[in-house]
Design a protein around this ligand. Structure first.
Ligand code: GEK
Length: 244
């Protein structure tokens, strides 16, 4: 396993931009890529720890679905201190899971963490008190999102919570274009060139499909959550709390 590095995957002109995949090349640069690309990510991660601390029930199981290298998993783990819980991180990218093991080993919290390489659409969920989908649902085909959220709501114990972070789209064209421009400026300010931003955008276009906040809130209610609220928003990125 080669060391983590800076994200320059889209820096040189590419003859053909391939569809984005969570492969070894992406896993190697992932911490740099996500921090420089997702406004609010560095705030959301530690807050996931606090939300987990509030909603995790003693002796229960918690899940991080789409755990990548474990940033959200380790934040949850810190929130679980002294609660006698177990944590399961799931990702269907073998490269991500392999590297995630390494980061979990470096962390010295006590809560046991199990990592599973599997598809969250088909994985059976056991009764649990906190589930995190930190920028993962947006990669699941739209038609399958409702069933996944229902599966999570059914697995959660009463009072349990889902933390759902997503990129958003907006119905009003002026708002959509303003927030898209601000996201572009965020990436530019973080050192990405115009070429990199354009090539990454075309690679991810059909892979990451964002929805509106209204769509998320309505569907979370239909899936069986009682209290649904955005708790954080930065430009066109948002994190929601949904309590059963
Ligand atoms: C973080 N939560 O750092 N089954 C399992 N994993 C999946 C699936 C699926 N069907 N679809 C996508 N993934 C992390 C960041 S990244 C977000 C999460 C981003 C996985 C995919 O392999 C990738 O590792 C992760 O979901 C999304 O807080 O890259 O914007």
């Amino acid at each position: 396993m080669s060391n983590q590095g800076p994200d320059n995957l889209f820096a040189s002109p590419l003859e053909k931009v391939k569809e984005f995949a969570f492969d070894e090349a992406v896993a190697r640069v992932f911490p740099d890529m996500i921090q420089r690309s997702v406004p609010g990510y560095t705030t959301i991660i530690p807050m996931i720890g606090l939300i987990t601390q509030k909603y995790a029930q003693n002796g229960s199981l918690c899940y991080d679905l789409g755990c990548s290298l474990g940033a959200s998993t380790l934040a949850m783990r810190h929130g679980l201190q002294g609660k006698n819980c177990r944590l399961i991180g799931v990702d269907n990218s073998a490269s991500m899971i392999e590297r995630c093991h390494h980061y979990v080993e470096l962390d010295n919290e006590q809560t046991p963490v199990e990592l599973i390489c599997d598809d969250i659409r088909t994985l059976e969920l056991k009764p649990c008190s906190v589930v995190t989908l930190n920028f993962t649902l947006q990669f699941v085909p739209e038609i399958e999102r409702r069933a996944l959220l229902e599966k999570i709501a059914n697995a959660l114990v009463p009072g349990g919570a889902l933390i759902l972070s997503e990129k958003l789209v907006f119905d009003q064209p002026e708002i959509q274009s303003s927030l898209e421009d601000l996201h572009w400026l965020f990436k530019k300010a973080n050192g990405y060139s115009e070429l990199e931003i354009a090539q990454k955008r075309s690679a991810i276009e059909n892979v990451l499909v964002p929805e509106s906040l209204e769509t998320h809130i309505e569907r979370l209610g239909q899936a069986g959550f009682n209290l649904v609220t955005p708790w954080y928003k930065c430009f066109n990125f948002c994190s929601m709390l949904a309590v059963k």
